[in-house]
Design a protein around this ligand. Structure first.
Ligand SMILES: [Fe+2]
Ligand SMILES: [Fe+2]
Length: 495
């Protein structure tokens, strides 16, 4: 899924140049692939012609007016499709388009899906092509709207390639009919499915619209039902299987997160989670509560709750460098008693940068690294500032006791900052009535607003109010007092 990791600067001339250049490069790649398709098609048409005969046939294709016109038409149509893709992202998702990495990922999905589809089409049958692959990859690596749009683009490109590159089969419309239906069915079925086994089963369901489409394209020929079922099931299963193989590769290359990856890293059996549980159990419990709060807040304001949950789990990962220096992990002795408040503050402040560095080292998603770095913004550590003030006569610069930043750049980072502060504060409230918790949460949010912690992200006052209400409800629920059991003196019966 695509997660915005930083505040997007306004669109400038540089962005036009950069994005158009990226599209041009990919247009050339698609053009080269179309020429390659022509080469294989003319070669196969002549009964697998060998070199240099195949080269002569290829040259002929571009000298004969009719076939040359077909190729020119294909290139014009391709340019038009790419122009429409550009327009869609420019008007709907400019933040996504702005990053070259995203354009590279989008075209990689398209090109890899095309290459695999045509390879399977030429080895097996044109109906067995993994027609829903592009839609599924776009769904998992970008989002649902992009998946729908990219599925249409992929179907149109395949239709053009089938029609204008001298392909032997007369199945030009198959890509449009099969691809459109199978792609959309796959998008809606696989949305929100986190289990890889369930995705494989979905492959069988995706086969149904493919089989129906083949049945229609083959003129409702009942004699070929087994052939239609075999190809339809192959197309559905190839789509989901290649998706499962390619997603981890794309995740790694583009450092992108998917719901699979998020489920994996928030599992308590995950390697880094086990490390946190065993080396800093107190911090783990704190993160667990913060993750529940952050998840609720994210879904309340329409942010991705799964991302917020994962980011909260790892926000204090840097505490692993010195677990004993944090109150939640202390069992009696406090190492801060033996050092100066300045040094204490320095050690505590380091956990944001340490966390980001550790998460980067373990190749964790960028949003988790950003949240670890930003969750304290430029807030001061009051406890050690006050302690140091009491030990000195002169004025102390509070900056020396403040986190270096950066401030939260995204709504999810802002949510974690607030949830983190509220969780700590809620533990100190003795009488946790709704009114008392509400007062505490309000104070936390107002203090961060006064210290201008939300100036780098586009969170609104309305969203902050929704977050406040959500946190109050959740915290009253989390820390509700147990009903005191009446004291009962048990007397042993004599009989
Ligand atoms: Fe922290
Ligand atoms: Fe924390």
């Amino acid at each position: 899924m695509y997660v915005q990791t930083k505040k997007v600067a306004p669109w400038g001339t540089k962005d036009y140049v950069k994005t158009i250049l990226f599209f041009l490069i990919n247009y050339i790649i698609l053009g080269a692939l179309s020429a390659l398709a022509v080469f294989f098609n003319v070669r196969d048409k002549a009964g697998n012609a060998t070199f240099p005969e195949s080269l002569t046939l290829f040259k002929e294709y571009f000298t004969v007016t009719e076939t040359r016109s077909n190729f020119i038409y294909l290139m014009i149509a391709l340019a038009l499709i790419l122009f429409v893709i550009y327009m869609y992202y420019y008007y709907e998702r400019r933040d996504f388009l702005k990053m070259g990495k995203n354009i590279a990922m989008m075209f990689s999905i398209l090109i890899v899906s095309l290459v695999i589809s045509y390879a399977i089409g030429s080895i097996g049958h044109v109906y067995a092509r993994p027609i829903a692959l592009c839609a599924l990859l776009s769904l998992l690596l970008i989002d649902r709207a992009s998946a729908i749009f990219m599925n249409v683009a992929m179907c149109m490109i395949m239709f053009l390639a089938d029609t204008y590159t001298g392909a032997q089969y007369s199945a030009g419309f198959s890509a449009l009919v099969i691809g459109f239906s199978a792609g959309l069915v796959a998008i809606y079925l696989v949305s929100g499915v986190n289990s890889r086994l369930k995705v494989l089963l979905m492959g069988l369901v995706v086969s149904v619209p493919i089989i129906v489409s083949i049945f229609v394209l083959e003129g409702a020929d009942f004699d070929h039902i087994p052939f239609m079922i075999l190809n339809g099931v192959s197309a559905g299963m190839f789509s989901v299987s290649f998706e499962l193989i390619l997603v981890p590769i794309f995740e790694r290359i583009f450092n992108q997160i998917t719901s699979y990856r998020l489920s994996e890293i928030t599992d308590h059996k995950f390697r880094l989670m086990r490390k946190l549980i065993s080396e800093a159990p107190g911090t783990f419990n704190h993160c667990l509560v913060v993750s529940n709060l952050a998840e609720a807040c994210a879904s309340a304001i329409g942010e991705d709750s799964q991302v917020a949950r994962a980011a909260a789990y790892y926000h204090d990962f840097g505490k692993l460098s010195n677990p004993a220096f944090y109150s939640e992990n202390q069992m009696g002795s406090n190492p801060h008693d033996n050092i100066t408040p300045e040094l204490s503050a320095e050690i505590i402040m380091r956990h944001t940068e340490d966390g980001a560095a550790l998460l980067k080292k373990y190749h964790m998603p960028q949003i988790l690294i950003d949240v670890a770095l930003q969750h304290h913004g430029t807030l001061p550590i009051r406890y050690f500032y006050v302690k140091a003030s009491k030990m000195t006569d002169g004025e102390l610069d509070i900056k020396n006791f403040s986190y270096p930043g950066p401030k939260p750049q995204t709504k999810i980072a802002a949510i974690i900052m607030i949830a983190d502060g509220c969780e700590a504060k809620a533990r100190t409230i003795k009488d946790r009535t709704h009114a008392n918790v509400d007062k505490a949460v309000k104070e936390i949010i107002e203090e961060r607003m006064d210290l201008e912690q939300f100036t780098d992200c586009d969170i609104t006052l309305k969203e902050l109010d929704i977050i406040r209400a959500t946190l109050v409800n959740a915290l009253v629920g989390v820390y509700h007092d147990r009903v005191a059991y009446p004291k009962l003196k048990l007397v042993k019966r004599k009989d």
